[in-house]
Design a protein around this ligand. Structure first.
Ligand code: ZN
Length: 318
């Protein structure tokens, strides 16, 4: 196979208008935005609700889901009916609803064989005094149902302050909400199964309330794990690399490039997002310019990635 067929796969992001979004994905990240508030950039996605197209090179114009179906060799011949990860940049100007996701087993049984959703957040740009909601405070299902029925959400939702550089692992069953004033990178399983628990009694433009899914949420909420108190990253950085998450679903690492940095690519694929700075990456003998907001997939057996410049990267693999 010609070398250029195992080159880095740069993707065109899919930008999504949302009522809770802002404009920073345009002003700070350089994406072309539709009018109005835009909350989501689907940066690396093969999900049918936002399937990214290859931006350049011999595969230009193909979608990531087409590559998954037609060129599984690029992903180390991994099994599975879909590309497993979904990388988003989220700009929340306003609060998102409080929600929870099922695990794979519950989703397979109750959501037509869909994947569950394990997600995690790396905080990039938060307002002073910004918070998120993570975890919940009821001792068990019965107490949760009673407090929810009485509308005592302050006694249920656990809010904590956040700072740039914080990282939150949001396993299936962990109740959570991104609150206003937060811009973050989300790495998640490629799934859309969300149970909305509470929406602050907000009314939509037509005066209606958005649907909630309390019955399913009560089934899947984790009543055992204590809610976290902080997202501070405490694992050591070694040669610029910090392992933010290692799990059965996926792994996430942060890489700081200061000058030059060579990153091996031994996995079936590696997702790379530039979240700060600028520079370049060379793979094989092809060099690509990089800047904040660049995202690419390094295919299997593509060789080492040689980065130059000053950049912060968030990378993930299964
Ligand atoms: Zn979520």
């Amino acid at each position: 196979m010609a070398d250029n067929e195992r080159g880095l796969i740069f993707l065109k992001p899919v930008l999504k208008p949302t009522i809770w979004g802002g404009r920073k994905l345009g002003t700070d990240w350089g994406y072309e935005l539709p009018d109005g508030p835009v909350g989501e950039c689907w940066a690396i996605s093969a999900h049918p609700h936002g399937d990214c197209e290859v931006a350049e090179g011999p595969l230009a114009g193909k979608t990531l889901s087409q590559l998954w179906d037609e060129r599984r060799d690029l992903f180390g011949d991994l099994a599975g009916d879909r590309f497993p990860l979904l990388i988003k940049v989220l700009d929340a100007e306003d609060d998102l609803s409080v929600q929870v996701h099922p695990d794979d087993a519950y989703a397979a049984e109750h959501e037509n064989g869909s994947l569950g959703k394990h997600e995690c957040w790396y905080i990039l740009d938060s307002h002073p005094h910004a918070h998120i909601a993570i975890g919940q405070k009821a001792a068990n299902r019965e107490e949760f149902a009673r407090l929810a029925g009485e509308g005592r959400w302050d006694d249920l939702v656990n809010e904590i302050p956040i700072w740039n550089g914080d990282f939150f692992d949001i396993k299936p069953g962990t109740m959570h909400a991104i609150l206003g004033g937060t811009l973050l990178l989300e790495t998640q399983q490629s799934s859309d199964v969300t149970y909305r628990v509470y929406d602050y009694e907000r009314r939509q433009a037509d005066g209606s309330l958005r649907e909630t899914h309390l019955a399913q949420a009560l089934d899947v909420i984790d009543y055992v794990t204590p809610a976290p108190e902080s997202g501070e990253v405490t694992v050591p950085e070694i040669d610029g690399v910090t392992d933010l998450l290692e799990s059965d679903d996926f792994c996430v690492l942060r890489v700081r490039v200061d000058g030059s940095h060579v990153l091996a690519q031994p996995w079936s694929f590696l997702c790379v997002s530039v979240v700060d700075g600028a520079g370049s990456v060379t793979c094989g003998d092809v060099r690509h310019e990089l800047h904040k907001g660049s995202h690419f997939v390094a295919p299997s057996d593509c060789g080492d990635l040689s980065f130059e410049g000053r950049m912060e990267l968030v990378c993930s693999h299964v």
